[in-house]
Design a protein around this ligand. Sequence first.
Ligand code: LFR
Length: 476
Amino acid sequence: MAVKVLSIDLGATNGKIYEVELKDRLTVKEIKRFRTEGTFLPGKDREHFVWNLPGFYEEIKGVLEASDAQSVGVDTWGVDFALLDENGRLVSLPYHYRDVRTKGVMKKAFEVVPKDEIFQRTGIQFMEINTLYQLYSMVLSNDPFLKTTKHLLMIPDVFNFWLSGEMVSEYTIASTSQCYSVPDGEWAYDLLEKLSIPTEIFPKVVPPGTILGKCRVKKGINVIATACHDTASAVVAVPLEGEGIYISSGTWFLVGTELERPLLSKEALERNFTNEGGYGKIRFLKNATGMWLLEECNRIWKKDYSEIIESVRNVPGFQAFLDPDREEFLHPGNMPERIRNYLERTGQKILERIGEISRLIFESLAFNCRWIVEQIKELTGKRYGKIHVVGGAVRNDLLMSFIASATGKTVVAGPVDATPIGNALVQLITLGAIANINEARKIVKESFELKTFEPKNPELWSEKYEEWRRYKGMRV
Ligand code: LFR
């Protein structure tokens, strides 16, 4: 008998809703897509970058009303949250993590709680976009919103609340906040107290695969807290056999592996790795900038992606090098101009053409993947064979081939829709239609076409990697 579930996957560019059906194999059908990009709302002295959450809810509601699925699960990007008052009303529109309010706040937090203490308590990497620093920025500015807040919900938790009436936080998404102790399995109350963040606003945490209740929009549908962090869902759908490296590709590249327990070594801290909660295992990974750079460039170029990729094929390689993770590229803005400024400051050839800038981005992303893969090997002391890439960038054959060449490893690419597939797999396990995650990964392998890419000219790439390394983390 077939089982049909709905996966709602909200990303930083698009929201997508899929029907996922399990018969003999798994099939995925995208049934709705809408823009989710943040909105710049004018304020008194600056624009505030926020999420149009009520707009996304309208889109979701429309689909649910017409659906005959057995259950629904929502996953989104990490770290962002909504504040609600005692009646469960939004206190304000939630901020986008790329809003500038957190600039410099992380350093201020370290003056109160040392960095290594935060890492030992939470297991989470340091990014100024983290919930912890967003909240601390509100503490520092004496934000009145915080005073009216009774409940903090991470973004997928808000939808779970709107759909089911249950106010809880799901474990994988809670772990991204850096307010939660992954080693201890509860909110890091002591840490929050030291930073004067109210502790009573944090809800109960539930594991991925918790049935929250019947959907308020359509009674026949169960609301399931899936692996609500998009990356956690994507990792569920990586067709891993045992230990391996994955890259969950989208706006970000999440490069990592699975561990039984958090790795809290001094080296892991120094290299800014994270131990995010996963479905069963720990997601030991590093956040790297992904397609964001190209997406931001294309906000200006307004080209078709296939056209961009074609133009990359027609320009010479290794004309310049770039570190995709520089802070200057984190916030929205005129990205081609920022890249040109960076090239000028680092004394490199200034690239003007779309193909040249895009090639620079693709090559640098591939080098960055190698850099992280090497660190994972050193930090875990394990050897890894191939690299699994899932998510949006899988469509980009050229980039997949660059990653294979830069890392010198076989790349197995697919599935593209790993996040909604993983979201659905957790629901299907919860409903009893699939036995466990190993079974689920087997089904992924049988149901979707995976492409393999072998390294081409790895010696040249290794030589160029050494050049690229000079620019990684360079102070300019
Ligand atoms: C990917 C992702 C990353 C998270 C970043 C910001 O979509 O969820 O895992 O670090 O977005 O939330």
